[in-house]
Ligand binder design. Structure first.
Ligand SMILES: O=P(O)(O)OC[C@H]1O[C@](O)(CO)[C@@H](O)[C@@H]1O
Length: 529
């Protein structure tokens, strides 16, 4: 059946009360999947067994397309590229254009390991001695992955301190640089294309900063890029350039050279564990039946909530403070991949593609935006995640509270509180009409959907697995929607216009701009003096 016809038919199957569904004792076992160190529960959604079967039927193309991706076929059709981030953590040969890519992947990983070890044990020195700090300059996929992962794996750090500069706002560089000594800092310029204006601007500023203090301004620079001619033009010695191929998308690139800062922080062995965790999920995704396949079930929950139920956003709520950058990471992964408007054939989509993805760690969000999640009129499907154990054994009483809060939120969303229940909680304080009015404000509709991902503890392996789960989820949703999840043409127009606006900020003629832009520019220029 055509996807959108199937979605239309599924709309008639909405409306079950989640609490009623959960009275079926078999539901939690059926709407739950396990893979590697993860258990994923989607029983607190309104997906019935019948609807799940229909959703699975709409995923019929997934196995073939999945196998095509892993085999190196050029499934990124608008850019004519294979999609092989899985090869960066793979072990088996993958043939692209008649050649196995794996020897190159292994050589690059070995070079990264050797360089990271040299920096970590002091064999590679800065001009003022041992490297104490690393600054990764990159943006988007060349920043979010390593920045998120370095923070997530803080308990595993035993290398130099890592910093991340991404924004072209000079404040980002300035605030970071003032904590650093150029003579003992390694600067990594991370840019797949090595043309991104933010990254090159920050990298040039960093080079000038180095030049003020050390003899050789680029001797402590490394580059991560597919464009090795451009890294040489910048002045970075090829021995410190870690290349990758165009079949690695920016937002899928943390597994290879773009992960160098992570490898420097946690060491090659832990980085290998990170890759292993992702590979476990790759194996699961390739072999588990669709109905037990964790990324597939994540995707089906996504399709159910966005395309069937029409909920416009989805919240990612890790009860894991060190995953505080995960929502931002997933925003790029999901919204740059599936924020599309046309099918593979270029026809307008008949409905929405990816939802708005947002979130913050719990419990912080509870004291901020959960009010809307509980009582706002538009349901927000919530994706909770929590570890059985925290990484701070001496603070286990904190972790118990974290677990309790995570489970309490999904329970509250599910159960809600009726008017009668609300009234009972305040009947000793109010009466008559005032009691009714006060109670109305304390009603929770309930029946709000959520899913929960649990794992034993946040380790490199588990983090690798979480990212891979979401990568494959995005892929499955993309296949079902018949969109290209691997291009990002939507970012181009703004880049072009920024280039044309540059001279206007210097006072050039703005007459070809629209009236609003002209007026804003005029005021800004007046204030700039
Ligand atoms: O690594 P690069 O080429 O500097 O690109 C950075 C980011 O910019 C984008 O191209 C979007 O502008 C992302 O897809 C990418 O991750």
């Amino acid at each position: 059946m055509d996807f959108w016809t199937g979605i239309e038919a599924l709309r008639a199957k909405q409306g079950a009360r989640i609490a009623d569904l959960l009275t079926d004792d078999t539901r939690t076992a059926r709407l739950r999947a396990a893979a590697g160190p993860f258990v994923f529960d989607l029983s607190k959604t309104s997906i019935t067994g019948d609807a799940l079967n229909d959703l699975l039927a709409l995923a019929v193309d997934v196995p073939d397309r999945r196998d095509a991706m892993f085999a190196g076929e050029k499934i990124n059709a608008t850019e004519g590229r294979a999609v092989l981030h899985t090869a960066l953590r793979g072990t088996e040969p993958v043939i692209v254009d008649g050649a196995d890519v794996m020897p190159g992947v292994r050589d690059t990983l070995d070079a990264m390991r050797a360089f990271a070890s040299d920096v970590r044990d002091g064999t590679f020195q800065g001009q003022g001695g041992r490297i104490t700090d690393v600054v990764n300059i990159g943006i988007g996929g060349s920043d979010l992955g390593p920045a998120m992962a370095v923070l997530a794996l803080a308990p595993f750090h035993d290398g130099p301190r890592c910093h991340f500069v991404s924004n072209v706002d000079g404040a980002d560089w300035a605030d970071t640089a003032k904590t650093l000594d150029p003579a003992t800092t390694l600067v990594i310029v991370a840019s797949k294309t090595f043309t991104t204006i933010e990254t090159l601007t920050n990298a040039r500023t960093a080079r000038d900063w180095m030049a003020e203090s050390v003899t050789d301004p680029t001797a402590q620079f490394a580059a991560l890029s597919t464009a090795q001619d451009k890294t040489s033009d910048f002045g970075i010695d090829p021995s410190r350039v870690f290349g990758f191929e165009d079949w690695v998308g920016g937002r899928y690139s943390v597994w290879g050279p773009i992960g160098l800062s992570l490898m420097l922080a946690i060491g090659p062995r832990n980085f290998d564990a990170f890759l292993t965790g992702a590979r476990q999920i790759d194996d699961h995704f390739r072999t588990a039946p669709l109905a037990e396949n964790l990324p597939v079930l994540l995707a089906l929950a996504g399709i159910w909530h966005h395309q069937v139920c029409g909920y416009p956003t989805r919240a990612v709520l890790p009860y894991d403070n060190r995953l505080s950058r995960l929502p931002a990471y997933l925003q790029q992964l999901e919204m740059e991949s599936n924020g599309k408007g046309v099918t593979m054939a270029g026809d307008p989509l008949q409905g929405p593609a990816g939802p708005v993805v947002w979130g913050e760690p719990g419990t912080n969000g509870q004291h901020a935006f959960y009010q809307l999640i509980h009582q706002g009129k538009t349901p927000v499907p919530c994706e909770f995640m929590v570890a059985a154990e925290g990484s701070e054994p001496l603070l286990d009483h904190h972790h118990k509270l974290l677990i309790a809060n995570c489970l309490a939120q999904s329970e509250a969303l599910l159960k809600g509180r009726s008017h009668a229940e609300a009234r009972a909680t305040i009947a000793n304080r109010f009466e008559g009409e005032e009691l009714e009015r006060q109670a109305a404000h304390r009603v929770f509709e309930g029946n709000r959907p959520s899913t929960t991902l649990i794992y034993p503890r946040l380790t490199p392996e588990v983090l690798g697995g979480i990212i891979a789960l979401y990568e494959h989820r995005v892929f499955v949703e993309g296949v079902m929607l018949d969109i290209n999840s691997f291009d990002q043409w939507g970012v181009e127009l703004g880049k072009e216009l920024a280039t044309s606006l540059g001279p206007l900020v210097d006072g050039a003629d703005a007459s070809d701009k629209d009236a609003s832009t002209r007026a804003l520019l005029e005021q800004l220029l007046e204030w700039r003096g």
